[in-house]
Design a protein around this ligand. Structure first.
Ligand SMILES: C[S@@+](CC[C@H](N)C(=O)[O-])C[C@H]1O[C@@H](n2cnc3c(N)ncnc32)[C@H](O)[C@@H]1O
Length: 208
């Protein structure tokens, strides 16, 4: 799916995103504080969506939040008051960062972005994120992936059509493989938050 049609999808999805996602958000909201509580300095959140992470950022960071969907960004801006830190929003495609200064960020955070972004754009997105991270800066991703356990995978496959139709999300987009091939990132660490389906990835911007 081209990036433009993803933007059209999210124009509609934004209207009911929080409602439809609520059953999963009840689980995610237990994880979000732990994903964000050790951040410092300048932080970029890519694919901020409706701003579900905003309440959990530490007060002493400077947050820049981007999303390519104006409709999703509008929802996130309504949640800006729930953030303890200052937030600046931009409508930006993660594959072509125009408003974001190079070498600015200590951290980049993206939750459920790369399962939505078509795989052919993953290299480009990672190189853009590498460009804006300081050398030694950190990338943290949370993604949903297919389980290797056949019974869990069958359960996921029953949801797959819904996830792709509504969110453009697929569980077979393997950002970890792209990251491992990338010249820009090193010290890649992974952890599953539930079964082998919710994958947390930490990586360091290589000093080149
Ligand atoms: C599944 S939502 C996740 C939202 C949020 N991160 C969360 O954890 O709830 C994916 C978000 O990524 C955004 N997105 C998709 N492609 C993008 C791109 N190329 N650049 C920036 N944002 C993008 C979508 O508009 C959507 O808001």
């Amino acid at each position: 799916m081209a990036i433009e049609s993803l933007e059209k999808k999210y124009k509609i999805a934004a209207c009911f995103y929080d409602l439809l996602d609520y059953p999963w958000e009840r689980m995610y909201r237990r994880w979000r504080p732990k994903l964000l509580n050790d951040l410092n300095g300048d932080v970029l959140e890519a694919g901020v969506g409706t701003g579900r992470n905003l309440p959990y950022y530490p007060a002493d960071i400077q947050l820049t939040a981007i999303d390519q969907s104006a409709a999703m960004l509008a929802k996130a801006k309504k949640r800006a008051g729930q953030a303890a830190c200052p937030v600046t929003f931009y409508q930006e495609d993660v594959c072509e960062l125009k408003h974001i200064a190079d070498l600015k960020f200590d951290w980049v955070i993206a939750t459920f972005l790369f399962c939505v972004l078509p795989a052919e754009y993953h290299d480009k997105a990672l190189s853009e994120l590498a460009k804006v991270l300081k050398p030694g800066g950190r990338l943290r991703l949370l993604e949903i992936v297919y389980s290797k356990d056949p019974s869990i995978k069958r359960r996921q496959q029953r949801l797959a059509k819904f996830a792709e139709t509504i969110y453009g999300a697929r569980f077979d987009r393997n950002i970890l493989a792209t990251l491992e091939r990338s010249e820009y990132f090193t010290d890649i660490k992974t952890q599953y938050l539930k079964e082998d389906t919710y994958l947390l990835v930490d990586a360091v911007r290589a000093i080149t």
